[in-house]
Design a protein around this ligand. Sequence first.
Ligand SMILES: Nc1ncnc2c1ncn2[C@@H]1O[C@H](COP(=O)(O)OS(=O)(=O)O)[C@@H](OP(=O)(O)O)[C@H]1O
Length: 421
Amino acid sequence: MRKNFQCSFLTISVALILLQLYLHIYHNTRKDEHLRKFFEKEKAQIADQLIAQQPVAPAARTKILGIHPPKIPDEHAGLINGDIVAIEAEAKEQGIRKRFPDFIVMGMQKCGTTALQYFMNFHPGMRSPVEGELHFFEREGNYRKGYKAYFDQMPYGDPELLIFEKTPDYMHDPKVPSRMFHFKPDLKLIAVVCDPVHRAFSHYLHALNITRPQGWQMPGAQELKHKTFEEVVFQALAETINATMAKALIQLPEDQVPYEEIRLKFHRYLDNGMRTGRRYLMPASILARSSYGYLLAHWYRYFPREQVLVVDGNDLKVRPAHAMQRIQEFLGAEQYLTDKNFHQMPDTGFFCIQARPDSDCLIPGGNKGRSAKTHMDAPVETVLRRFFRAIEPDNLEVFDGVPFSWTADLMDPSADKPLEG
Ligand SMILES: Nc1ncnc2c1ncn2[C@@H]1O[C@H](COP(=O)(O)OS(=O)(=O)O)[C@@H](OP(=O)(O)O)[C@H]1O
C-alpha cells in the first residue's frame, strides 16, 4: 500500500515536471515567433521609404557639430520670486536649525541615485531629508508653494553639515536648470549617469511596476500595461526619430544604418521639448532620459562645469569607494567613506555599507535590483544599442572625448547580439 502510494506520487511528480517543461518551451517559442514577426513587419516597404526620403539639408547637418539645446524661455521656466537668505535668517532667529541644500543629486533616474543617497547619509558631514524625493523644482504643484515650503522639508542639522536632497526627475526636465539657477546660482549638482541601454530597460520595468498610494499614476505609464518592451521601444523610436528611421534602425544591415540622421532627428525632438518646456514622458522618455550629453549641455548653459559632478553609475556598482572619494572631494567634505565601509554582497553583487567595524552592513535600495532578475530579449537590446550608438557621440562631444564605462562596448557593433532571434 505504502509502496503503491510512493509509486503514484513519483509518477505524478514526473508528469508535473514534464508539463512545466512543455509550457516553458511553448511560451518561449511563441515569444520568439512574436519577436520575429515584429521585426519582420513591413520589411519590404522600408527600402522604398528610405529611398523616397528627402536627404537631410546640409545647413541642418552643421548644427550637430556643436550641441546647443535652445535656451528655455523664462515663461516656460516659471521662475518664482522669493528671498532664500531672508527665509534662512528668519529660521535662525527662531532657533530652527535648518538650511537650504548645499547640493542636489539631480539624476539620472535608475542610475543608482537611491544607493548614492543611502551611502551619503552615512557620512557624518552630510544629511538629506529622510522621506523619499522632494520633487520641488519639476512638479508644478510643489514649486508653486514657494521656497518656504521647500525649506520646511529640509532636515534639521548643525550649520557645518552639508545639506542635500536627491530627486532624479530634475535632470531631464527642461525647466529645472533655470529654476535651480534662479534659486541658488552657487548650488553644487551631482549627476549619476549609467549604461543608456540598461537604464532604458530599468526605466520601463520601474514604470510598469510602480505603485503609489491614492491612485497616483506615473504620467504615460498606464498605457504600458498592455505592451511588450519591444513595442514600447518601437513606439518611443517612432515618436522621437519617426517610424521610417525606426524601421531603418531595426532592419538595415549595420553599415547602412543612417546613424548621423538618427542623431540629428533625435536632437530635433529634444530641442522641441526645450522650446516648450515639456517634460519627456513615457514611452519616449526611456530614450530621452538616457541622452545625458544633450541634457547636460542644457545644464551647462546655467551652471559652470566646476559646479556639476558627473558620476558613472557603474562605479557605484563595482567600486563605490572610488565614486565616494570623487564625491567627497567635489563637495569639500572629509574623506570619510572609504574602502573599509563597503562590502560586496555575494548574492546580488551590489555593495552594502558599514558605518563602523562593529555595525551591520546595511543594504541600500529597497525594491531596487529588478533589472538584474529579468532580461531584455536580444533583438530589442540590439535595437537599443544601435539607437544609443547613434547618440553616444553627444557624450563624447559634451564630456571632451572622455568615454564612460559603457562607451567602448556600445560603439562596437560586433558585440551586438543577432537582430533576429
Ligand atoms: N547597492 C547598489 N549600488 C549601486 N547601484 C545599485 C545598488 N542597488 C541598486 N542599484 C542600481 O540602482 C538602480 C536604481 O536606480 P535609482 O535608485 O536611481 O532609481 S530611482 O530613479 O530612484 O527609482 C537599480 O536598477 P534596477 O536593478 O533596475 O532596480 C540598480 O541598477
